[in-house]
Write a protein that binds this ligand. Structure first.
Ligand code: SME
Length: 161
């Protein structure tokens, strides 16, 4: 059993703790799917106000659904489409305050109101994107971006097959 205790006074502290536990959960495990599954569960348990947390993998230049928590989601997303495809094509994090105002947003769950997608890149190659959805408009801010970018840097080392 993995029993971790995450407690923090502020958001930066919460992400620091998240990174520490994600590091411990994935250390020494070479299977990318197993590592994404555990980190999706960790994010889901730790971050408040989410209705989806998980990954899309870069499979031959297309995003394909990976491990996640939340409602069943669309399976394939072309690069350049939606929030995930925009992050994949640009290799830049996408922090969307209001998904309904994002051109081409792909609605997998009508409850989603805001979204944060962070690319996971190793040696200039996109491995996957980390996707967080919230039912609360404006749920994600610069601290969430910084925390998820730090997590993505760690995961880039843990998702190579
Ligand atoms: N909303 C995403 C699709 C994935 S779901 O949120 C899980 C998008 O526009 O790319």
């Amino acid at each position: 059993m993995y029993d971790f205790d995450i407690a923090a006074d502020d958001k930066a502290g919460l992400y620091a703790e998240l990174a520490r536990v994600a590091d411990a959960l994935t250390e020494g495990e070479p299977d990318a799917i197993a590592n994404m599954a555990n980190v999706a569960a960790l994010l889901w348990e730790t971050l408040p106000d989410l209705n989806w947390a998980g990954f899309y993998r870069n499979v031959g230049g297309e995003l394909v659904l990976g491990p996640f928590q939340g409602r069943p989601a669309c399976i394939r997303i072309p690069f350049g489409k939606g929030v995930c495809g925009t992050a994949a094509a640009s290799l830049e994090p996408q922090c969307v305050t209001d998904v309904h105002a994002f051109p081409g947003h792909i609605a997998c769950d009508s409850a989603s109101a805001s979204e944060l997608v962070v690319p996971i890149v190793r040696d200039g190659v996109l491995l996957a994107v980390l996707d967080l959805d919230s039912p609360r408009r404006g749920r994600f801010d610069g601290e969430d971006v910084a925390g998820c970018v730090a997590l993505a840097r760690l995961l880039a080392l843990r998702l190579a097959q």
